[in-house]
Write a protein that binds this ligand. Structure first.
Ligand SMILES: Nc1ncnc2c1ncn2[C@@H]1O[C@H](COP(=O)(O)OP(=O)(O)OP(=O)(O)O)[C@@H](O)[C@H]1O
Ligand SMILES: [Mg+2]
Length: 236
């Protein structure tokens, strides 16, 4: 089943009087259960594409069809923007993910089911022992796991992550990718991840997308390796 269908997508930014095309004529399908990795240089438009999918950036031309509810999509942005003196505990942070996005301005109310969901998500993320710790006092890797637990607490159909392992050491990042892979294979969560970590992309992706303002490549890891080989004129 096709969960996301992008057709002839163009996204622009206004810089002064100029209109700059950041994404040009992008066509892309994301199917249920896929693990899509988006790669490309800094400024290639990767985060912009994700934001357009999420409805956070307006579309200049083209269309994006999403075949599930907004509540079925979770997003881990490039910079979490949470300050280090954020007072909530890990459990409270994860619980907040159980609230519907339309509930934003209401006082949150957590029932027993929500607390069970939060327990399961923290368990999956391996941070149950950190439940009562303040988010701001955790290490970068622990914070990322707490945010991940929050993102999966409602068992989303689609999980979108923008460079989730930036700043994490190799082993912590590797563990995080394993966690993602587990959620993808056992919960059938569709994953869309932006990454500069090409070895992780090679290991985990079922579909690789290369962006450079335009869509340069889209295919399996095997096809990507062939594409790289051809791009180097066979001199790898
Ligand atoms: N709000 C904005 N206003 C104007 N230009 C923007 C805005 N957001 C992004 N851009 C520009 O659009 C281009 C693509 O930005 P984007 O953040 O999508 O890149 P990226 O591929 O995610 O890069 P990185 O790997 O560094 O995160 C960049 O040239 C950036 O300067
Ligand atoms: Mg980015």
């Amino acid at each position: 089943m096709c969960l996301i269908n992008i057709k002839e997508l163009n996204v622009t930014y206004r810089v002064g009087y100029k209109t700059i095309f950041v994404l040009k004529d992008i066509n892309l399908d994301v199917k249920s259960g896929e693990y899509v990795c988006i790669i490309g240089n800094n400024g290639a438009g990767k985060s912009t594409l994700i934001k357009a999918i999420l409805g956070l950036e307006p579309i200049f031309r083209g269309e994006i069809k999403i075949n599930c509810s907004k509540n079925d999509i979770s997003y881990l942005p490039q910079n979490n923007g949470i300050s280090l003196d954020f007072p909530a505990t890990v459990e409270e942070l994860v619980l907040s993910g159980t609230q519907s996005t339309s509930n934003k301005f209401k006082i949150p109310f957590y029932n027993k089911k929500n607390k069970i969901q939060a327990g399961i998500a923290m368990d999956k993320a391996g941070i149950k022992s950190l439940a009562k710790r303040r988010f701001g006092e955790l290490s970068g890797g622990q914070q990322q796991r707490a945010l991940f637990a929050r993102a999966i607490v409602k068992c989303p159909k689609i999980l979108i992550l923008d460079e989730p392992c930036t700043g994490l050491d190799h082993d912590t990042a590797e563990n995080f990718y394993e966690l993602l892979s587990c959620v993808n294979s056992s919960d059938k969560t569709t994953i869309i991840m932006i990454s500069h970590d090409l070895s992780a992309v090679k290991k985990f992706a079922s579909k690789v997308v290369i962006l450079n303002g335009e869509l340069k490549f889209c295919g399996s890891v095997a096809e990507w390796e062939k594409y790289n080989f051809c791009a180097c004129g066979g001199n790898l």
